[in-house]
Write a protein that binds this ligand. Sequence first.
Ligand code: FES
Length: 326
Amino acid sequence: MTVTALPISPHPAVDGGLQLEVTNVKPQTDSIVSITLADPSGRNLPSYVPGSHLVVQYGEEGVNAYSLTGSGNAPSEYTISVLRVEEGTGGSMAMHRLMVGDRVFVSRPRSAFAPASTATHHLLVAAGIGITPVLSHARAAADRGTASSLIYVYRPGAGAHVEEARQLLGPALTECRNRESFQQVLTEQLTTQGVGTHLYVCGPIAFMDSVLDLARELGWASARLHSEAFGAAELDDGEPFIVNLVRSGLRLEVPAGISLLDTLEKAGKSIPNMCRKGICGECILPVLKGTPQHRDLYLTDQEKAENTTMMCCVSRSEDPELELDL
Ligand code: FES
């Protein structure tokens, strides 16, 4: 892509956002690249809440969301990191082709993984590319003088931002390269933290579920637990579940690997949608009963905790059955 390849018009998910220029491209690993974006005229960019993400348009029609890695305080640039998924549909290949000088449409930063203002310590847990939003949390905590620590699990050679994390956190960073050592460190940290500590976890769904389940088993209240899934392109197939449409009187099975949106469309329902990646907010549906497994980047933490709405393009169900006002 070159400067002239800027799409003619912004995708609705980034409409009202910014046109930024790529100012740096830095490989983190064989498959992860960091991309830095700045205003072409050199103006400062809008500040953001730590843990926020940016929706970036690739090509004429594609959009995807990426976590910002900075503290968010009066930034002159935004940095995101992108994992290349060879067979993926999330646009990572196009993102990896970006070069310095290229221009892209982006949204304003959005927050769905904010730090708790009352926390006295932030315990950050990340796997693989999941380090990006927690690095933002660690930077913001350092700026504000709040204590934080990070457990980062990654395969040898597949860790991103490792040097930055080492410099930022020093001995408060624990690097784990296998499941056994990670489980040991995690259990130790979860059993020794004070009640003012909040837990933040980002990584694959199964990884996050196991960390959050262990925290709950060890007595952590839900209000102290925060999580953010990877972008929709890397979501797993999920478990099958049943959805009951109360107004239509329909009972549908949502198989593993098939989205609720696809299932509803196949049953003849017309659901507004744009990105089909949990980013734009168009496909929101009201939930009457059951607990959605929220996998989107649109709803806020509070909205997710309320469990009264869900984004049917990516989110699934924690319970065997869900009831929708549809
Ligand atoms: S279609 Fe965009 S969030 Fe579902």
